[in-house]
Design a protein around this ligand. Sequence first.
Ligand SMILES: NC(=O)c1ccc[n+]([C@@H]2O[C@H](COP(=O)([O-])OP(=O)(O)OC[C@H]3O[C@@H](n4cnc5c(N)ncnc54)[C@H](O)[C@@H]3O)[C@@H](O)[C@H]2O)c1
Length: 272
Amino acid sequence: MKVEQGQSALLTGGGGGIGRALAVALAGRGVRLTILDLNIAHGEETVRLVEEEHAKISYKPIDSPSAIFIRCDVANSDELAAAYARHHDVFGRLHICINNAGVFSTNAFYEDKSWRKMIDVNLTAVIESTSNAIQAMKGQGGLILNIASSAAFMPIDLFAVYCSSKAGVAMFTRSLAHLGMGIRVNAICPEFVNTPLLVALPPLLKDYIEENVGYVEMEKVVTAAFSALDDESMTGECLWVSTHRPTQIWPDEETKRKQQAVTKDGTPFAGL
Ligand SMILES: NC(=O)c1ccc[n+]([C@@H]2O[C@H](COP(=O)([O-])OP(=O)(O)OC[C@H]3O[C@@H](n4cnc5c(N)ncnc54)[C@H](O)[C@@H]3O)[C@@H](O)[C@H]2O)c1
């Protein structure tokens, strides 16, 4: 399966930043959307932008709205399950799931317990949402895209828990390469993108990033997302979306081989 007009998608954290950009881009391809977010005003604005995009391409969904907003804390499994049920009631089927909601903090994890929220939202909720999506898609197939981060591949002391949460998402995605059921699961892993998420950066670090590292253009993030969604041969892969380098599958084949355990006779352990 790849993205086609008339499909429907459920997208978490669609109230701003990367999620909103993906929602608008999907709408440009004639996809109908359920937008989940904590922020009602922001989520409703994304619904309006989706409707506007559908009008631009003269797409009028029959028997369903262009998009709906559901206020949902993705870390609450009951709210998440209810959102999936509502999506089914409104759109009848789920073709695409985008697990994008995320939080970021640089608080020292040994000073307080606020780090738990990063694991709950960035990792546990992605697993929970993927589980809901598979239940909705099995028998019909579908596309699941997780928004991880290049932090999944780079240890950064100030971001230890954020890096761990995203590394979890990347490995969860890779581990689903052979899920089958016509469901493809992939992830994109962008470097810094200039969104409200980064208000949590200490000002000195933000200045350093702006002067020396730079941001990934949103268009490059969206292009990477669509290459994962549209490439029917891609499954269980992470796409590293860099500011200065071309987007690439990471780990590459050579690194994957090096990361594999070997059996007694030295051949790669291919899993069970
Ligand atoms: N901005 C970056 O530099 C960057 C880089 C790589 C990956 N990412 C990832 O991309 C994703 C989107 O981030 P962004 O940069 O667009 O940030 P953002 O803060 O602009 O958007 C995140 C959205 O998620 C929503 N959200 C947060 N917690 C939620 C919850 N519990 N339930 C439902 N919605 C919730 C927020 O309200 C917000 O609308 C995140 O997973 C983030 O970790 C961001």
